[in-house]
Structures are given as structure tokens and as C-alpha cells.
Design a binder for this molecule. Structure first.
Ligand code: GDG
Length: 497
């Protein structure tokens, strides 16, 4: 195919900027989270279209909303194409199927799943809606890149509508092992839907292996061919390419950002406020997959097993509000706050607080300052697709005196295991012991490890990731997508993106 005029369409549940009504007026709020952090710099640089939900219900016929989105598109350097969802859609598809079925199941929390048949029906309807918007926003020449577990059926629905598009899919969360996946009532349909994409990308080889094993349960004749990052899987009539592409960050923007004077000053102030203690940092969205209570228990073990560290180390834990409308998340917040109270009650002394807990979102400058000022990043999810915070911490640690703690169950561990301190987050005393060792780690050893971590993250950054995916998709590189002519880029990065 002649590739001139090919545009990139990114499709995800939420647009990178969402709508909120404040004092009767709609406002566009830049989003945060892993997917936005990863894709926004790419579309910002190359132009294209982002198709997704606005975060509010029944809004697209509102003229004020249209002009807000157009203005945002012009500033961002790419077009926002909204998908309108109603209250019922949001309940069944987003809170229901995505958050109460797929998210817990794919993170190995089967007991938290609610396999409601109604959720499944609404999920299919909403994927059909997305497919219609993709059809409206694209031509056969474009490349459509669908993201994440909310939208596994978009290629299937386009086919149902009699349309063909070149389509790839990337799963940002883990793909579970067979015995867990098989619990899903709609397991075979999900596998068939994923096989409709030309390319399916996973975070790690392990996720891809799990997927292949699941397909083979339903089709023992299915054949995987090839080796390396991209292989072919044939099942029945379909052959799909499967890739393992560990997602990454815009390394240079983090590392340059962290060296700015204002960030250095903010980091110094932060240190002074905490009386020059060793800072252990945790930054997570509110989610049970992130292992926050277990981390607090590890902190309690640390201060109990090594009382000489009382008064010398503090954990700064930022919890970013997320999915607060879901009962499970509300309960988790209560559990976190109860534990903070309990541990602080036990170890606080005049001038010393062991856990500095903050339930809020940080400004980018603050986020970078926190990364810079911390001696240890304690990244201990119980299960995580990748974990970008781990990579951002290293990119910001230009003084190379920090230590990255990483859960064995984070996708990032596959890439960074040789130089991070790997831990089992369930083993709270083991984590405490490792922190104690890291506290006394030789600075030369810290420097050596951090240098290696930074080299790996710099080399395999977000632009490498996009290139790898597009190269695998149809032998195109990121540079082959020219910026769209119809929009002018203001050159401003948006906070929280
Ligand atoms: C999903 C997968 C996968 C966090 N707090 C603030 C803030 N953040 C930004 C971080 C980082 C992002 O949010 C979080 O990304 P993670 O990867 O850690 O986690 P998820 O949101 O669960 O992301 C995950 C990812 O998708 C990408 O594929 O790695 O496994 O679960 O970029 O910087 N940003 C700002 N203030 C905050 O307070 N500005």
C-alpha cells in the first residue's frame, strides 16, 4: 500500500483530556496515568487523532464542549475525537466489565471479580460504539492502534460492521496464566476478538506466553511460529502477530526536567522539611494491585526489626485518587488510612513521622522533586503490567545515588532485574531486610546499579517502544508519520500528561 497520507489513530477508553463541569461550565482537564504519560508525547510530536470517551456522559451534542475540544486539539497538536457514553454505558462497561471483571482477573485477584452477564452485554455495546467512531474518524489508509483491556472487541466490531482497517492492539496490563483466565465466562470470545487484530502487543514475554497457552486450550491445533520480539500465531483461519514490547517513558523529558533549577530547589526544600532523613518514596494510583498496605507492613517490620532506623528513615507515600466510585477502592482507602494511623501512632516521636501519607495528585514539578529527593523508590505492586513510576524515578536520579526496589511481579522487573533490588511484596520481613541492606549500600554500588538502570531506560524509551510497535505493525517508523497539516502545535507540554 502507498503509505502517503497514512495517519495514526490512537483509541483508548479515555481521551488524554477529560471534561468536568465546574460551577456550571465545562472545563477540559488534562489526564494522568500510565497510558497518557506514554502516548501524549508521541501524538504531540507526530500529530494524529485520539479517539476516546470524554469522561462525562451525553455531552457531544453540546456546542460548548465541541469548541473546548477543538481548542484543546489545536493546542495539543493532535485531534481529539470524542465517543459519547451514557450513564448506563459507564456503569456496565467502565465500572462493571472493565473494573470489576477484567482488571481484577488479569491482575490475579479472581476473588474480587463480579462476572455479571449484564456487564458483558454493555461491554459489547460500548465496543460497537467505539468501532463506529473509529470508522468515522479514519480511512482504510490509516493505522488504528487500540489500547487496553476496555476495548478488546473493537477490531471484531469493525469487522461486524463490514469494515476493514489495519489495526493493532496493546495490552497495558498483564495477561493472566491459563488457570486464572479460564474462570472468565466469556474467555473464548475474548481470545477470538484479540485474534482479529493484525498485531497484539504485550508488556512482557510472560504475558504473551500466557495468551498463547490460553488460545491453545480452545484450539489445540493453534501454531506459534518464530522467535524474538514478534512471532506469528495461527488459529483456524486467522494468523495474528504477537509482540512483547515493554512500554517506557519520555526519558529525556524526565531527566532534563529533573535537572531544572526550580526542581532542584523544590527537592532541597522537601529534604529540609523532612530534616535530611533518608526518604523512601512510594507513588501509586489508589489500587489494590499496587500493594500499598503490604508496603506499610514492610515499613512497620523495618522499624521493629531495626529500631536504630527509627528517626532516620521516613516513607513518603503519595496515593493518587482513582476509581473512588467503586466500593473496593473506597474500602482500600480506608484500610490504607487505618494502617497509616496505626503505624504512625506506634513510631511517631517529637520531630519524627515514619509515614508521610498524601492522598492527592502532584504537580509535575513536585513529582520530579520527589523523585530527585528520595534515596529509595519502593515499587512493590502485587501485580503490574509494567510500572512507569519505576522508570521515571531512575530517569530523574541524575546524582545516581538512589536505589530502585522493584516487585518481582511488576512487568518492569523483566527488563530491570539485574540492577534493581528485586523483592517479593508479600514477604514483608524480606522487604524490610532488603531496605536495611540498601540503607547501608556502598555508594559505588548504588552508582553502578543506577547507571545501568538509566542506560537501559534511556535506550528503550517511549519513542523506541512506539517505533518497535509500528515497525512490527507494518514496517513503519514513528518518523514516517508526518505531523498533521491542519493543526499547529503550540509547543507546550501539558501538566499531568
Ligand atoms: C497502567 C498499568 C503500565 C502518578 N502520580 C502522579 C502522576 N502519575 C503518573 C506517573 C506515571 C503514571 O501516572 C502511572 O503509571 P504506572 O505505570 O505506574 O501505573 P498505571 O496508571 O496503573 O498504568 C501499568 C501503564 O499502564 C503503561 O502501560 O505501566 O502497569 O497498570 O507516569 O508519573 N503524574 C502526576 N502527578 C501525580 O501525582 N503529574
Amino acid at each position: 500500500m502507498d503509505e502517503a497520507g497514512t495517519r495514526l489513530l490512537v483509541v483508548s477508553n479515555r481521551l488524554p483530556a477529560v471534561l468536568k463541569k465546574q460551577e456550571g461550565e465545562w472545563r477540559v482537564i488534562p489526564g494522568s496515568g500510565g497510558l497518557v504519560s506514554a502516548m501524549a508525547p508521541v501524538l504531540r510530536d507526530r500529530g494524529g487523532t485520539w479517539v476516546g470517551w470524554t469522561g462525562a456522559s451525553n455531552v457531544t451534542s453540546d456546542g460548548q464542549v465541541d469548541s473546548l475540544l477543538t481548542a484543546y486539539s489545536r493546542k495539543a497538536g493532535y485531534t481529539l475525537h470524542p465517543v459519547d457514553l451514557n450513564e448506563e454505558d459507564i456503569k456496565g462497561f467502565y465500572y462493571g466489565f472493565a473494573n470489576e471483571v477484567i482488571w481484577p482477573l488479569f491482575h490475579d485477584f479472581q476473588s474480587r471479580c463480579r462476572f455479571e452477564p449484564e456487564y458483558w452485554r454493555v461491554y459489547l455495546d460500548v465496543n460497537r460504539k467505539f468501532a463506529r467512531e473509529v470508522a468515522a474518524a479514519s480511512t482504510e489508509k490509516d493505522y488504528v492502534w487500540v489500547h487496553d483491556y476496555h476495548l478488546m472487541h473493537v477490531a471484531w466490531m469493525l469487522k461486524e460492521q463490514g469494515l476493514t482497517r489495519r489495526m493493532g492492539f496493546f495490552l497495558h496490563i498483564p495477561f493472566p496464566p491459563v488457570d486464572i483466565f479460564l474462570k472468565l465466562p466469556w474467555r473464548h470470545k475474548i481470545l477470538q476478538a484479540l485474534m482479529e487484530y493484525d498485531l497484539v502487543g504485550f508488556q512482557t514475554h510472560r504475558d504473551r506466553r500466557n495468551f498463547i497457552q490460553c488460545v491453545k486450550i480452545f484450539d489445540p491445533q493453534a501454531k506459534a511460529r518464530g522467535r524474538g520480539p514478534v512471532i506469528h500465531l495461527s488459529s483456524g483461519e486467522r494468523t495474528t502477530r504477537l509482540g512483547a514490547f515493554p512500554i517506557s517513558i519520555d526519558y529525556s523529558s524526565f531527566s532534563k526536567g529533573a535537572s531544572k533549577t526550580e526542581v532542584k530547589e523544590a527537592a532541597a526544600e522537601f529534604h529540609t522539611a523532612l530534616k535530611e532523613r533518608t526518604i523512601i518514596l512510594g507513588i501509586d494510583r489508589l489500587d489494590y494491585s499496587k500493594g500499598i498496605p503490604q508496603r506499610f507492613e514492610a515499613m512497620r517490620s523495618l522499624l521493629t526489626m531495626y529500631p536504630e532506623l527509627q528517626g532516620k528513615v521516613s516513607l513518603v507515600q503519595v496515593v493518587v485518587p482513582s476509581r473512588e466510585e467503586v466500593a473496593e477502592y473506597k474500602m482500600l482507602k480506608e484500610e490504607i488510612e487505618r494502617l497509616v494511623g496505626e503505624i504512625n501512632g506506634q513510631f511517631t516521636r517529637p520531630g519524627y513521622i515514619p509515614i508521610h501519607y498524601q492522598y492527592r495528585s502532584l504537580e509535575r514539578k513536585e513529582l520530579l522533586a520527589y523523585y530527585r529527593a528520595s534515596s529509595i523508590a519502593l515499587i512493590t505492586p502485587l501485580r503490574d503490567g509494567m510500572n512507569l513510576v519505576a522508570k521515571e524515578y531512575c530517569a530523574c536520579n541524575s546524582s545516581r545515588n538512589g536505589v530502585l526496589f522493584l516487585s518481582e511481579f511488576a512487568g518492569a522487573a523483566a527488563q530491570l532485574q539485574n540492577w534493581a533490588v528485586l523483592v517479593n511484596p508479600h514477604d514483608v520481613e524480606g522487604v524490610a531486610k532488603s531496605i536495611y541492606q540498601a540503607y547501608a549500600m556502598d555508594p559505588a554500588e548504588k552508582r553502578k546499579r543506577m547507571t545501568k538502570l538509566r542506560e537501559s531506560i534511556r535506550k528503550f524509551d517511549i519513542f523506541w517502544w512506539v517505533d518497535s510497535f509500528l515497525q512490527a505493525a507494518f514496517e513503519r517508523k514513528l518518523g514516517d508519520f508526518p505531523p498533521m497539516e491542519s493543526v499547529t502545535y503550540s509547543g507546550q507540554a501539558q501538566s499531568g500528561v
